[in-house]
Design a protein around this ligand. Structure first.
Ligand SMILES: NC(=O)c1ccc[n+]([C@@H]2O[C@H](COP(=O)([O-])OP(=O)(O)OC[C@H]3O[C@@H](n4cnc5c(N)ncnc54)[C@H](OP(=O)(O)O)[C@@H]3O)[C@@H](O)[C@H]2O)c1
Length: 272
């Protein structure tokens, strides 16, 4: 029996366990199981790996995505650049290799959003790939220059690092917007000065996520236009308050559900 699973703490409900259990059943993938491994302290990871028969791969969630790097033998170059791992592959020799599939999920989902609105054509870009290719696990490559498209990244936590790497690959300039005062970021009160030059707004904060449906990033929503894109990494609810307010001004909006599925499929591809 091949075993896959999720490490994190606390693990109350898990998208990954439901997704992979349903995938195994639906696609007739035999002799595979997906388990939850609640792991308050990462120092227990080597024992978990050693004691779990048939362990082939793990997903990693809060709060271990960054600290887990110290427990890995190898690191995919993309994950190394991002500084966070959400997928671990147990190699044939028993060593652990870390990857970041959020990067792939976000990049492909964003490309689909821009392509659907013909923005790649507008910005004179090559058509992006629609399939996740194995060679995408190679070091980051600059692929699709979008010279006129600039982005705001709202929040500067774990998921924001994967978003930055994806935007770097797509050559989309970005400005981080944070509650914290850093040299890399601006404050929310400064966004209104730049809304007309930044047409892609990406929410990587948990604001608006169930059950806090009435919360949203503090933005000048009246400045969204039909030329704007609002991408929310939040996937529950389907339409967040951030998306609703941007859509009211005619902006194109997208939630994080497709990204969630794409990163899960990328994890499966990595484990094969
Ligand atoms: N769709 C997907 O596949 C996918 C994948 C990964 C994550 N996500 C979602 O992305 C969101 C962020 O996840 P994460 O792992 O990056 O979390 P995280 O590491 O905690 O980072 C979230 C960041 O949001 C900002 N923030 C938090 N609370 C805020 C508040 N009250 N007001 C304004 N800003 C606030 C903070 O940035 P500053 O301090 O810099 O402002 C914080 O670092 C979650 O909702 C998660 O479910 C979705």
């Amino acid at each position: 029996m091949k075993t896959y699973g999720l490490i994190g703490f606390p693990l109350t409900h898990s998208f990954s366990q439901r997704y992979f259990s349903e995938k195994f059943a639906k696609e007739g993938i035999a002799n595979c199981q997906y388990q939850l491994f609640e792991l308050p302290d990462l120092k227990d990871l080597p024992a978990l790996v050693g004691n779990t028969q048939g362990l082939c791969g793990l997903n990693v969630t809060i709060p271990h995505k960054q600290n887990v790097l110290a427990y890995l033998d190898e690191l995919d170059p993309v994950a190394a650049q991002i500084g966070a791992v959400n997928v671990i592959k147990v190699l044939a020799n028993g060593k652990l290799k870390g990857y970041n599939s959020d990067y792939y999920g976000f990049k492909l989902s964003l490309e689909k959003m821009l392509r659907a609105s013909n923005s790649f054509a507008d910005f004179g870009c090559e058509q992006p790939q629609t399939q996740l290719q194995p060679q995408q696990t190679q070091p980051l490559q600059q692929t699709s220059p979008l010279p006129s498209l600039r982005a705001f990244i709202l929040g500067n936590g774990g998921a924001a690092q994967a978003v930055k790497a994806a935007l770097n690959t797509l050559q989309i300039d970005y400005q981080v917007v944070s509650q914290k005062n850093t040299t890399e970021s601006i404050g929310y009160e400064e966004v209104s000065n730049l809304m007309s030059s930044h047409h892609l707004v990406i929410n990587t904060t948990p604001l608006g996520m169930y059950p806090n449906l009435a919360t949203a990033p503090l933005l000048p929503y009246c400045q969204f236009t039909p030329q704007h894109f609002a991408f929310d990494l939040v996937y529950n609810p389907e339409q967040t308050l951030f998306m609703q307010q941007a859509a009211q001004q005619g902006a194109t909006v997208k939630n994080g559900l497709e990204m969630l599925y794409l990163q899960a499929e990328k994890a499966w591809e990595i484990w094969q």
